[in-house]
Design a protein around this ligand. Structure first.
Ligand code: FES
Length: 117
Protein backbone atom coordinates (compact mmCIF):
# COMPACT_ATOMS: atom_id res chain seq x y z
CA UNK A 1 0.00 0.00 0.00
CA UNK A 2 1.23 3.49 -0.81
CA UNK A 3 -0.26 6.91 -0.10
CA UNK A 4 0.38 10.08 -2.05
CA UNK A 5 -0.75 13.58 -1.10
CA UNK A 6 -2.75 15.13 -3.96
CA UNK A 7 -4.22 18.46 -2.83
CA UNK A 8 -6.11 20.31 -0.15
CA UNK A 9 -9.88 20.03 -0.12
CA UNK A 10 -10.30 23.73 -0.92
CA UNK A 11 -8.19 23.37 -4.08
CA UNK A 12 -10.94 21.36 -5.80
CA UNK A 13 -14.16 23.33 -6.25
CA UNK A 14 -17.55 21.87 -7.20
CA UNK A 15 -17.62 20.82 -10.90
CA UNK A 16 -13.88 21.26 -11.17
CA UNK A 17 -11.13 18.80 -12.10
CA UNK A 18 -7.42 18.65 -11.30
CA UNK A 19 -4.74 16.49 -12.90
CA UNK A 20 -1.75 14.88 -11.14
CA UNK A 21 1.30 12.79 -11.91
CA UNK A 22 2.34 10.45 -9.11
CA UNK A 23 5.46 8.31 -8.93
CA UNK A 24 4.61 4.71 -8.04
CA UNK A 25 6.62 1.49 -7.96
CA UNK A 26 5.19 0.69 -11.42
CA UNK A 27 6.15 4.07 -12.90
CA UNK A 28 4.47 7.45 -13.34
CA UNK A 29 0.72 7.34 -12.77
CA UNK A 30 -1.39 10.03 -14.47
CA UNK A 31 -4.68 10.68 -12.71
CA UNK A 32 -7.27 13.34 -12.05
CA UNK A 33 -9.75 14.31 -9.38
CA UNK A 34 -13.23 15.64 -10.04
CA UNK A 35 -15.87 16.94 -7.60
CA UNK A 36 -19.61 16.74 -8.23
CA UNK A 37 -22.35 17.08 -5.57
CA UNK A 38 -19.48 17.54 -3.11
CA UNK A 39 -18.29 14.00 -3.77
CA UNK A 40 -14.70 13.55 -5.01
CA UNK A 41 -13.74 10.81 -7.47
CA UNK A 42 -10.29 9.85 -8.75
CA UNK A 43 -9.68 8.27 -12.15
CA UNK A 44 -6.65 7.18 -14.09
CA UNK A 45 -6.03 9.60 -16.99
CA UNK A 46 -6.50 6.93 -19.62
CA UNK A 47 -9.26 6.86 -22.22
CA UNK A 48 -10.58 3.31 -22.75
CA UNK A 49 -10.93 4.02 -26.49
CA UNK A 50 -7.24 4.37 -27.44
CA UNK A 51 -5.50 4.24 -24.06
CA UNK A 52 -4.29 7.84 -24.31
CA UNK A 53 -4.71 10.77 -21.88
CA UNK A 54 -8.20 12.30 -21.79
CA UNK A 55 -7.18 15.95 -21.64
CA UNK A 56 -5.17 18.24 -23.89
CA UNK A 57 -5.06 21.17 -21.47
CA UNK A 58 -3.88 20.93 -17.86
CA UNK A 59 -6.67 20.19 -15.37
CA UNK A 60 -9.40 20.26 -18.07
CA UNK A 61 -11.27 16.95 -17.90
CA UNK A 62 -14.90 18.10 -17.99
CA UNK A 63 -17.34 18.89 -20.77
CA UNK A 64 -18.24 22.54 -21.34
CA UNK A 65 -21.30 22.44 -19.10
CA UNK A 66 -19.22 20.65 -16.46
CA UNK A 67 -21.60 17.73 -16.01
CA UNK A 68 -19.53 14.95 -17.61
CA UNK A 69 -15.92 13.90 -18.00
CA UNK A 70 -15.00 14.34 -21.67
CA UNK A 71 -12.19 12.89 -23.75
CA UNK A 72 -10.64 15.69 -25.77
CA UNK A 73 -9.64 13.43 -28.69
CA UNK A 74 -12.98 12.00 -29.90
CA UNK A 75 -15.41 13.56 -27.42
CA UNK A 76 -16.48 10.48 -25.43
CA UNK A 77 -18.57 11.44 -22.37
CA UNK A 78 -18.31 9.66 -19.01
CA UNK A 79 -20.43 9.91 -15.87
CA UNK A 80 -18.60 11.83 -13.16
CA UNK A 81 -19.80 9.55 -10.36
CA UNK A 82 -18.82 6.15 -11.79
CA UNK A 83 -16.66 6.80 -14.89
CA UNK A 84 -19.06 4.92 -17.18
CA UNK A 85 -18.93 5.98 -20.84
CA UNK A 86 -22.39 7.01 -22.05
CA UNK A 87 -21.55 8.60 -25.44
CA UNK A 88 -18.72 8.03 -27.93
CA UNK A 89 -16.56 5.28 -29.42
CA UNK A 90 -16.00 3.52 -26.06
CA UNK A 91 -19.64 3.61 -24.91
CA UNK A 92 -20.28 0.99 -22.23
CA UNK A 93 -16.66 0.94 -21.04
CA UNK A 94 -15.36 2.54 -17.85
CA UNK A 95 -12.59 4.80 -16.65
CA UNK A 96 -10.34 3.20 -14.05
CA UNK A 97 -11.34 4.33 -10.57
CA UNK A 98 -8.58 4.99 -8.04
CA UNK A 99 -8.96 4.90 -4.25
CA UNK A 100 -8.64 8.15 -2.32
CA UNK A 101 -8.75 9.10 1.34
CA UNK A 102 -9.77 12.34 3.01
CA UNK A 103 -7.41 13.23 5.85
CA UNK A 104 -8.57 16.38 7.63
CA UNK A 105 -8.56 18.96 4.81
CA UNK A 106 -6.34 16.92 2.50
CA UNK A 107 -7.06 14.47 -0.34
CA UNK A 108 -4.67 11.52 -0.71
CA UNK A 109 -4.32 8.78 -3.28
CA UNK A 110 -4.40 5.52 -1.29
CA UNK A 111 -3.21 2.66 -3.50
CA UNK A 112 -3.77 -0.78 -2.04
CA UNK A 113 -1.60 -2.72 -4.49
CA UNK A 114 0.20 -2.67 -7.85
CA UNK A 115 -1.45 -0.71 -10.64
CA UNK A 116 -1.34 -1.10 -14.44
CA UNK A 117 0.15 2.02 -15.98
S1 FES B 1 -9.31 8.47 -27.47
FE1 FES B 1 -10.89 9.05 -26.09
S2 FES B 1 -12.69 8.91 -27.29
FE2 FES B 1 -11.10 8.29 -28.67
Amino acid sequence: MSSHFLCHNKDLAELQSLGFTVETEQGLLELFLVRQDDKVQAYQNHCPHLGIPLNWQPDQFLSLEGLHIQCSTHGALFNVDDGHCIVGPCVGQNLITLPIEHRDDEIWLALTGPINI
